[in-house]
Design a protein around this ligand. Sequence first.
Ligand code: NAI
Length: 331
Amino acid sequence: AKEPVRVLVTGAAGQIGYALVPMIARGLMLGPDQPVILHMLDIPPAAEALNGVKMELIDAAFPLLKGVVATTDVVEACTGVNIAVMVGGFPRKEGMERKDVMSKNVSIYKAQASALEKHAAANCKVLVVANPANTNALILKEFAPSIPEKNITCLTRLDHNRALGQVSERLNVQVSDVKNVIIWGNHSSSQYPDVNHATVKTPSGEKPVRELVKDDAWLNGEFITTVQQRGAAIIKARKLSSALSAASSACDHIRDWVLGTPEGTWVSMGVYSDGSYNVPAGLIYSFPVTCRNGEWTIVQGLGIDAFSRKKLDATAAELSEEKALAYSCLS
Ligand code: NAI
């Protein structure tokens, strides 16, 4: 039998946490034959609720779940973890300045970076979900210098999956037949959902999405804004932000990273830029990646037209500005 994998979920008493932990315990993140031990962290005001989640995990009698640690102690939470999904953070409240929210999250991610660096298992893989996701991941990377930069990522898979969903709805095809959309850049409304390399499986072979949609105005306009604004649309409808789709996408992100992407398919991940596609190095930026043997690689050589170039640069500029704001909070 396989050794259990320890998976940390921070902010586990929150909305996404509540949707995510049962998915992990059911094997949706690491596979149906991989036992797991869940480490759940939240802050003291949420301790009682966190314990309630632990009670429900016990009550659900998940066969793969070999243990549950529910704690408000960062060190206890991080000790020995192989995977860390960082969902906890400080939400933007009405009337708060961007700088104040950034400042709160910078101090949270700085502290949690140190705890992970000191206490997580060697080669721990980190996924940051909490917003501002790219910049929180960058801060985590800066303050956990002994964790390889390749191991620190942020979630843009939800945006990627939203783009697949929009194309599938528009063409009335199965979402599983659509692939290779790309989310470039920031997990914010400046992101660029790109369908220029996306294809659909049809009875007569794989066809480019552009050829099937036959409506460039939609693809260059409403499609992009719908994906960019989807989070706000969910909040408007649910009066709460997306949770089940965020949790499911976090499972997709880790599963593909650990177990690999299918041949001929790429996914979007926020990763540390090496300067590919002339994106400034040193930002956590969403790129198309393939994964093999537990490592991601940025897909190289895709053509970037002038329309796309502007959008890649605009979201990079926003991330550089966020990075500067985050650093200004450190001093
Ligand atoms: P929520 O407010 O329901 O839950 C957040 C939890 O984090 C709360 O239980 C809170 O007590 C906890 N928390 C706060 N500070 C903490 C700390 N220092 N350590 C540990 N836990 C802490 O929020 P929800 O809806 O679960 O969303 C979580 C985050 O995910 C938000 O930042 C949200 O903006 C972000 N998000 C990101 C998405 C993405 O695609 N990257 C998609 C949807 C949400």
